[in-house]
Design a protein. Structure first.
Length: 563
């Protein structure tokens, strides 16, 4: 065989060796998304009674005990807990986070431990037997001795990533060059031993990469088996669709539940509406005559300012035309002339009345005539000088202000709108005749619900609907006039079924309504349901739920975000 042909064959052999190693490295790997795995959790055990549920979690030589009420999932922080452990009877101590903790040095050793917790609270005593399985968390020394520095999982994984990230044809080219180098060493009589060493190293690299890639679980398995003493368990969605939420996370999210029960409810009628001001506690400020606005001594009141009934808010000075000014001056001259004539008459009558030449009646009539002329003269001056005062018709706050110094205010301009924010109404629109409604609630955009008092309904249609008015009871803060709301009014029709808080029903990824059932102390299962509004705070479940299930009534939206 010629040396050149031998070199080609040897290079091909080395390249095939490396190529086969690359193939083994990718065996069983689809280059798609990496498979997800559940995060490691600490060893735990749970037990349930008719009143309570208990969860024990071992971490760092301490067992944390979480005690909650079975029906509502509320934490119990006033209990006395005694635990029968391998070290004897130990009393649990209440921790700041609401859990009970007891020292457990035995939990550092692997094994399965049977514990018995005796809980006393409120004069009741319950016994909770649990079995705590402490699994191994460290790599055995024998396994460590079988690996060397270049065949450890970390080294193999790092090397495999570099090899896998390289183009296979470049990998083959490297093998061909390595084979040519081997043949060159043989040809120049550098010895066959170095050439064999080079071939062995190439084979070792390919085999190491294959071991590192096969299954992709070496480092992951070692990591997933360890639970750091200071780590915290994470909420996560399981493969079967349920949601695992550790007890500490439930405390943070304030998860609450209630047991479903069937009862009779009145069917609710949902009406669109908006918030309006109470007609008896609101008013508008307008000018009786068109004129120029001017501010009072304290200035115009600003939006949100509190005003009292009768307080002057602005002045309106009516404009005087040129013709009117000429007439007023002529009238003033006539009045001044008459006042002078009557004043002299009074002066003549006063001494004559003393002598009896004229009667006292004539003197009094002259005096009255003089006073009337003076009053008319003063009123004519006021028309030219005094503006119209705009006063507040009711007490409240300024909800709308269109005042500015110098603008011409027409009679149709609303200069100010005053409302009492503690007295607000809701005007809803019904597309059918509505009888007197005794119970109604309003649902706001922020999730709040307020009770309403029926005030009356109209007889005339307004855009093919009948207006229905309610007075808002309770806290009206953060409400504004004109805000759109939804009114839920109870009708005479009765329905039997399960009612839940509105916060229990969330929207799933496919748009279907969901509720979460509390199936075990730390697991929740989503259930598809069909619901309709019952009132402002509760819904009626029409399908998908039975009686006696523990359903999340608070925090369901947060559970729906767990991935």
């Amino acid at each position: 065989m010629k040396p050149s042909v031998a070199a080609v064959l040897v290079a091909g052999a080395v390249a095939a060796t490396l190529w086969s190693g690359l193939a083994r490295a990718h065996e069983g790997h689809d280059h798609g998304a990496a498979p997800t795995s559940s995060a490691p959790i600490a060893p735990r055990a749970s037990s349930v009674s008719g009143q309570f549920e208990l969860v024990a979690i071992a971490r760092g030589g301490v067992v944390s005990v979480y005690l909650d009420r079975f029906s509502s999932n509320e934490p119990v922080t006033d209990a006395t807990i005694q635990a029968e452990t391998p070290d004897g009877t130990v009393a649990a101590v209440l921790a700041p986070d609401g859990s009970y903790q007891l020292k457990a040095p035995w939990s550092a050793r692997t094994g399965e431990y049977d514990l018995v917790f005796t809980v006393t609270t409120g004069g009741q005593t319950d016994v909770f037997p649990v079995s705590l399985d402490i699994h191994g968390s460290a790599e055995t020394p024998a396994a460590a001795s079988r690996t060397s520095w270049f065949t450890t999982p970390a080294f193999a994984e790092g090397l495999s990533r570099r090899i896998a990230g390289t183009d296979p044809w470049l990998y083959a080219l490297f093998g061909f060059l390595a084979g040519a180098l081997v043949m060159l060493m043989i040809r120049h009589r550098l010895g066959t031993v170095p050439a064999l060493i080079l071939i062995a190293v190439a084979s070792l690299v390919s085999n190491t990469s294959g071991l590192a890639h096969e299954g992709h679980d070496h480092e992951q398995a070692a990591t997933s088996s360890r639970v750091s003493p200071g780590a915290r368990d994470l909420a996560q969605k399981q493969a079967d669709g349920t949601v695992f939420v550790p007890k500490p996370t439930q405390r943070i999210l304030t998860i609450r539940t209630e047991v479903t029960a069937s009862s009779v409810h009145r069917r609710a009628v949902e009406l669109p509406g908006r918030i309006i001001a109470d007609p008896n506690a609101s008013g508008f400020v307008q000018a009786a005559n068109a004129g120029r606005l001017s501010a009072p001594p304290g200035g115009f009141p600003q939006l949100g300012a509190t005003v009292r009934k009768g307080e002057v808010l602005a002045y309106v000075t009516p404009p005087v035309q040129t013709v009117d000014v000429s007439d007023m001056r002529q009238r003033q001259g006539e009045l001044d002339q008459q006042i002078a004539i009557v004043a002299r008459r009074v002066q003549r009558f006063e001494p004559l009345a003393k002598t009896g030449a004229i009667t006292i009646v004539q003197l009094d009539e002259s005096r009255l005539e003089l006073q009337g002329l003076k009053d008319r003269r003063e009123a004519l001056d006021r028309i030219r000088q005094e503006p119209e005062a705009l006063v507040a018709p009711v007490s409240g706050v300024i909800a709308e202000a269109n005042a500015a110094a110098g603008i011409m205010a027409q009679t149709s301009l609303i200069v100010f709108q005053i409302i009492d924010p503690s007295r607000l109404w809701v005007e809803a629109l019904s597309f059918e005749a509505v009888p007197r409604l005794q119970q109604a609630t309003v649902r706001l955009s922020d999730g709040r619900s307020l009770e309403l008092a029926f005030q009356g309904s109209g007889l005339a249609d307004r855009n093919q609907s009948v207006p229905v008015r309610f007075a808002i009871k309770g806290d009206t803060r953060r409400l504004r006039v004109g805000q759109f709301v939804t009114v839920l009014a109870s009708s005479d029709q009765q329905l039997e079924g399960i009612s839940l808080p509105s916060a229990s029903v969330v929207r799933g990824g496919n748009g279907q309504d969901l509720v979460y059932e509390h199936i075990t102390p730390e697991r929740f299962e989503p259930l598809e349901v069909r619901a309709e509004p019952l009132d402002g705070s509760r819904v009626l479940i029409l399908n998908g739920l039975t009686v006696g299930k523990r359903i999340v009534s608070q925090g369901a939206e947060l559970l729906n975000q767990v991935r």
